[in-house]
Write a protein that binds this ligand. Structure first.
Ligand code: GLU
Length: 444
């Protein structure tokens, strides 16, 4: 059974890049009837915030990604301490005392000689007395993981066969001098403890994965399968928590439908066409990790907005109903929705329609005689989208007005605004009583 996970750090809001990783892992688990674990990487106490964790859970739920288990790293510090002690006992974790400056100098010397800037393991040459002396002077050690000289290989789910020579990598720091952990130790311990056997994450983690392969073995586990997906890039910058505007919270506030986001993110960078899907079930049915390529993926918010517009226009009343309720537009009828949806690109636009057609508004009257006259000419019988043409032709004939002189006083009386939806569409939705009252200058 495939067990996979999504491991966000609660140091900001989820953005489209994070969500694409989460979604691909989620689809992989759901497609195979496997398990999807949500792991909150909250060991960085300075930058992690409860508010972000809460929002991450809300966003994933809203997008329709359910998890089978949730774990918080901050509750597992003892486990990481045990693992640290085990690695020390097995001589896979060793103390180092170089300052940042010393390390920089070492690096520069190697680079100047055209050599790769790999850590020289100088700390391994220290005698116990030298170490004691350094510590007595107040130099606290940071701890590095000892990489065994070997070839590290795996068959990556997206990138095919990958090969690394451990001797070309620096022994990674797992524990900083202040005692805090870097991300790798907790991540590997958790992946072992939770039985994760398929890790899907961004390509920025490839070299971490090479190191993790040896760490899994050193901690008595077995390296899982890996798939490294390419990172999303926006047209003009990278996508990160710091750039802003790409986060799910903002997209949600903008009125973008969750399935528009999921459809887009699930299909980008894959061999499938980008089209909207109405349900996660459809995305699951069409999913296969093999469809993803390692080429860079360019994200353009305009594409998402277009897909969202297409989707909103095609949505049935029943499927949009919960969203209408959430934005306080739940007294909209199926007929109302069917007219409005063809004219909006975003569900938030319906708020304006709702306001104009169903709320009580104060008309703006430019010429009361003219709008009174227009009210008298309103057609009898049942109204439809054809009613406007019939009516306005009569008003034009009788008043002799045309163009802006004809339309603007009517628009202002009916909507109170200079711009808005087509009058022919909203006339039947506002209805005879309100239309008559507004033309006569009454609040309605
Ligand atoms: N918290 C890590 C990150 O957001 C997790 C990476 C991983 O999936 O192992 O980059």
């Amino acid at each position: 059974m495939i067990v996979t996970r999504f491991a966000p750090s609660p140091t900001g809001y989820l953005h489209v890049g994070n969500v694409r990783t989460a979604l691909i892992a989620w689809l992989h688990a759901r497609k195979s009837g496997g398990k999807f674990i949500l792991r909150i990487d909250d060991t960085d106490t300075k930058r992690s915030k409860q508010e972000y964790t809460d929002q991450i859970l809300r966003d994933l739920e809203w997008l329709g990604m359910t998890w089978d288990d949730i774990q918080h790293q901050s509750a597992r510090l003892e486990r990481y301490e045990d693992a640290k002690q085990r690695l020390i006992a097995d001589e896979r974790l060793y103390p180092c005392y170089e300052s940042q400056e010393e390390l920089e100098v070492k690096k520069k010397i190697l680079l100047n000689r055209n050599l790769p800037p790999i850590y020289d393991r100088g700390a391994l040459k220290l005698t116990p007395e030298q170490r004691q002396e350094l510590e007595a002077k107040g130099t606290m050690p940071h701890w590095r993981f000892f990489l065994k000289d070997s070839e590290i290989t795996w068959h990556d789910g997206v990138r095919g066969d990958l090969h690394f020579q451990a001797k070309n990598l620096s022994d990674p720091v797992l524990i900083r001098a202040d005692g805090s952990m870097t991300y790798s130790l907790a991540s590997v311990v958790d992946d072992i403890d939770f039985g994760v056997n398929y890790i899907i994450r961004g390509e920025d983690h490839i070299s971490n994965s090479a190191i993790h392969v040896q760490m899994f073995e050193a901690l008595g586990g077995q390296a899982p399968n890996f798939a490294h997906i390419s990172l999303l890039k926006s047209k003009d910058s990278g996508i990160s928590k710091r750039t802003g505007g790409f986060d799910i919270k903002t997209l949600r506030e903008l009125g973008v439908q969750p399935m528009a986001i999921c459809s887009m993110l699930a299909k980008m960078g894959s061999s499938d066409n980008i089209e909207y899907r109405e349900s996660m079930e459809e995305l699951i049915a069409e999913f296969s990790l093999e469809k993803y390529s390692k080429a860079p993926v360019i994200y353009d918010q305009a594409d998402l907005e277009r897909l969202n517009a297409k989707m909103v226009r095609a949505m049935s009343f029943d499927s949009i109903k919960p969203t209408l309720a959430a934005i306080g537009a739940d007294n909209i009828s199926p007929d109302f929705w069917n007219v409005a949806r063809a004219n909006i690109s975003n569900v938030n636009d319906i708020k304006e329609w709702h306001h104009i057609c169903l709320d009580e508004i104060s008309p703006v009257i430019k010429d009361q005689n003219f709008t009174n006259q227009a009210a008298e000419l309103l057609p009898e019988g049942e109204w439809s989208v054809e009613t406007w043409n019939e009516w306005i032709a009569k008003v034009k004939d009788v008043s002799g007005r045309k163009g802006k002189e004809l339309f603007m006083p009517i628009r202002l009386a009916l909507t109170g605004m200079e711009h808005g939806p087509e009058l022919k569409d909203i006339l039947p939705l506002i209805g005879r009583d309100k239309v008559t009252a507004r033309l006569q200058g009454r609040k309605a």
